[in-house]
Structures are given as C-alpha cells and as structure tokens.
Design a protein around this ligand. Structure first.
Ligand code: NAD
Ligand code: DAU
Length: 355
C-alpha cells in the first residue's frame, strides 16, 4: 500500500480531498496539519478510524518533524495544501502568510528534496510534489479574458503574493534540483466544511443567525466558482497523472458577481428555511466598505486539464450551491463549534502535545 502526504488536510479543501482518497483510492494518507483556527478534525470523522488514514499534528515550518515523517512513512508524494488562505486576514496581518505560505513551503520542499534524493534511481521519477495554488496569483482580469497557465503573475494581496512566491519556489526546485513537481491553480471553491469567514459560508451563517450580509463595495466583483469535490477529483487526477514540471488551471466555468452569489443563497434559504417573519433573506444585505485592493474579476480557462487529463466538473453552480446550503443547515454543530472556539479548546486538549 503506497502512502502519500496531504498537508493542510484538516482544512476545507484538504478534508474533502482526504475523504475522497480514503473512499475511492487505494492510497494510505498521512494528514500533516498544524490545526490552526482553520483546521477542524470534525471534517474528517468519516475517515478518522480508517486504517489507511493517519493524522500528525505538525507544522510545515518544522523541518525536524517533517524529516521524521518522511523517514517514518516513506511517501510516494505530497499534495501540499497547508496555507493561510483568507485574503482579508492577510490584509490585517500578513506575517502568518509569509511564515506558512512561503517559509513553510520552502521547508517542505527541502524536506521532500532530502528524502527524494536518497530514493533509488528507479523510484525517483514517480515521486510527486504537488503544490496546490490559486488563480489569485494571476491578479485581476478586466471585463473579458480568462487566466491560462501562461498568464503572467501579478498578485495583488499579501495572500496572493505569498502564494505566488510559493509557486515560484516549487518551480525553481523542479528546474534547479529536478524534484518532480506539479502545480495547480484553482478558482474559488465552495461546499461543505468551509470556515465561515469566506463569502458562501459566512452568508449562510449570518443569514440564519439574523445578522447582516456584508457586501463589499458594489458587489459587482466576479469570482469563478467550483464545488469543492470537483476540485478534489482534479487534485487526485493531477497527482496521479500530471506531467512533472507542468502547471494546470482548475475552474468551474461559473462566473458570478458577488451579488448574484448572495442572491442565489438567499433564494435557496428562503425555500429551505424560510424566515419567521415571511420576508426574504435578501433584506439582510448591507453594503460595506470595499476590501482594499479588491481584485475585480477572476475566471479560469480549464482547457488544459480537460484536454490532457480528461477532467470536467460534475456539479453545476445551482446543484453545488443547493448541496452546500443543505449541508450547512443539516450541520449547525460544525459551524457552532468553530465559531465558538469550543472545538479549538477540544483540539488543544486532545492534540496539543502531539507532533
Ligand atoms: P483552509 O484555510 O480551510 O485550510 C488550511 C489548512 O492548513 C488548515 O487545516 C490549517 O490548520 C492548515 N495549516 C495552516 N498553517 C499550517 C502550517 N504552518 N503547518 C501545517 N498546517 C497548517 O484552506 P483551504 O481553503 O482548504 O485551501 C487549501 C489550499 O488551497 C490553500 O493552499 C489555498 O491557497 C488553496 N486554494 C484555496 C481555494 C479556495 O477557494 N478556498 C482556491 C484555490 C486554492
Ligand atoms: O480565487 C481563489 C481564492 O478564493 C482562494 O485562493 C482563497 O483562498 C479563497 O479565500 C478565495 O478568495 P476570495 O477573496 O475570492 O474569497 P472570499 O470568500 O473571501 O471572497 C469572495 C468575494 O466576496 C470577494 O470578491 C470578496 C467578497 N466578500 C467576501 C466576504 C467574506 C464580500 O463581499 N463580503 C464578505 O463578507
């Protein structure tokens, strides 16, 4: 049974990926996660007792811990998702983004290179360091056009600049040292188990909590939405079939303004959990100050991964959003625990001393 490492596996996308890998593949998965505020082991209860799943509470900035993990588990590759991921947080405090996204990726690359360089020659080409990145590295689009793999890097926020830096490190480790790498750049994900600071879960949580729905600026910024399980399938495919040294864009062909997203969420909530006063959740929308440096529009051209690896998204925006709203309505405890901090205290009690 071959082992692969997933970093950031207790986060939103990492947990979806691990649930998919344990359910549908033969991989043994070691989840390396520091359990920051965004890491939640409750997203992994389905797989927690599976013999093909191992959890290590470790920091990707900790080289000693990483070396021990590589020597202990001898993986055939790494899918690297661990990151600070929220743009607004990066604006208020960029330090953790520099630390984890840049220094952490560098430390992980060096640990992977040290391990890979000691593999037998016949095993080296099959190793993969798969770096999971974002379309935000390409900056902002105007009214038309799509991001392709060769689009120039123009990151605008501390978050996207830190992700761009990490992409460049991965590229350099391939070019200079020959480490077999792949990079994926994906658009906005939505789905179950997303921390309620991002647009979709924040709006659902605020709506049913009778709080305002804050729309930055005019609400006309455009994002390209992808259901998280479609991203997870793409990640598995690129890890298993992607060509070393290549990058692949992943996106859902679902361009929406923020107002369109919030209105769609309100309509679903009006249907599935009507307000007690009979009015629409749309009445809770409020305009607030814009995000500094707010990128206007992102949109992905996913032709390469479709053509070369045969990936296409299975969820439409409508079907994915309905599943997402249904999941949040069915799982109020998941949200309550992460919002109250109760779950963090539980994790610290249970995993605080584990490396
Ligand atoms: P998330 O914030 O939900 O999860 C991040 C995870 O990384 C958490 O479990 C956290 O505990 C862990 N982590 C943070 N710092 C760590 C460290 N130093 N060591 C070990 N673990 C650490 O993020 P997400 O939305 O699931 O995003 C995952 C990856 O995908 C990120 O690299 C992000 O840049 C990228 N991405 C996200 C989106 C999106 O829409 N969410 C889109 C494209 C790409
Ligand atoms: O494009 C991929 C990126 O998508 C990922 O790399 C990031 O990790 C992920 O967080 C996401 O970044 P965004 O900044 O696009 O996502 P967010 O959910 O924070 O915001 C989506 C849009 O909604 C954006 O235009 C800002 C707006 N917004 C957001 C919040 C939280 C609001 O209008 N109100 C809000 O309260």
């Amino acid at each position: 049974m071959d082992t692969l490492f997933v970093t950031g596996g207790a986060g939103f996308i990492g947990s979806a990926l691990i649930r998919l890998l344990v359910a549908e593949s033969g991989w043994r998965v070691v989840n390396i996660d520091k359990l920051t505020y965004a890491g939640n082991l409750e997203s992994l209860t389905d797989v927690a007792d599976d013999p093909r799943y191992v959890f290590s509470r470790s920091d990707i900035c900790d080289r000693t811990a990483l070396d021990v993990l590589f020597q202990t588990h001898r993986p055939v590759g790494v899918i690297h998702l661990a990151a600070e991921s929220h743009v607004d947080r990066s604006i208020h405090g960029p330090g953790d983004f520099i630390e984890t996204n840049i220094k952490g990726t560098y430390t992980l690359l060096e640990a992977a290179r040290a391990y890979w360089s000691m593999l037998e020659a016949k095993d080296k080409p099959a190793f993969r360091f798969h770096h999971v990145s974002t379309d935000e590295v390409f900056g902002s689009l105007g009214e038309s056009g799509l991001f392709v793999e060769s689009s120039s890097y123009q990151p605008n926020s501390p978050y996207s600049a830190s992700k761009a830096a990490s992409d460049h490190l991965v590229r350099a480790w391939h070019h200079t040292y020959g480490l077999p790498t792949v990079i994926t750049n994906c658009s906005n994900n939505y789905g179950p188990c997303q921390f309620p600071e991002k647009l979709v879960p924040l709006m659902i949580h605020n709506a049913v909590s009778e709080k305002p729905l804050p729309i930055y600026g005019k609400g006309d910024n455009v994002r390209d939405w992808l259901y998280v399980d479609d991203h997870a399938r793409a990640l598995r495919l690129v890890f298993e079939k992607g060509i070393s040294g290549e990058t692949y864009n992943i996106g859902g062909h679902n361009e929406k303004t923020n107002l369109e997203v919030v209105d769609a969420l309100c309509s679903l909530l009006d249907e599935l959990k009507p307000r007690r006063d009979g009015r629409s959740y749309r009445d809770q929308k409020v305009g607030v100050a814009d995000r500094p440096g707010h990128d206007k529009r992102y949109a992905i051209d996913a032709t390469k991964i479709e053509r070369e690896l045969g990936w296409t998204p299975t969820e439409s925006f409508e079907s994915g959003l309905k599943k997402t709203v249904g999941w949040y309505l069915d799982n109020p405890d998941w949200v309550a625990h992460v919002v109250s901090g109760e779950y963090r205290q539980w994790m610290d009690r249970n995993y605080g001393d584990r490396a």
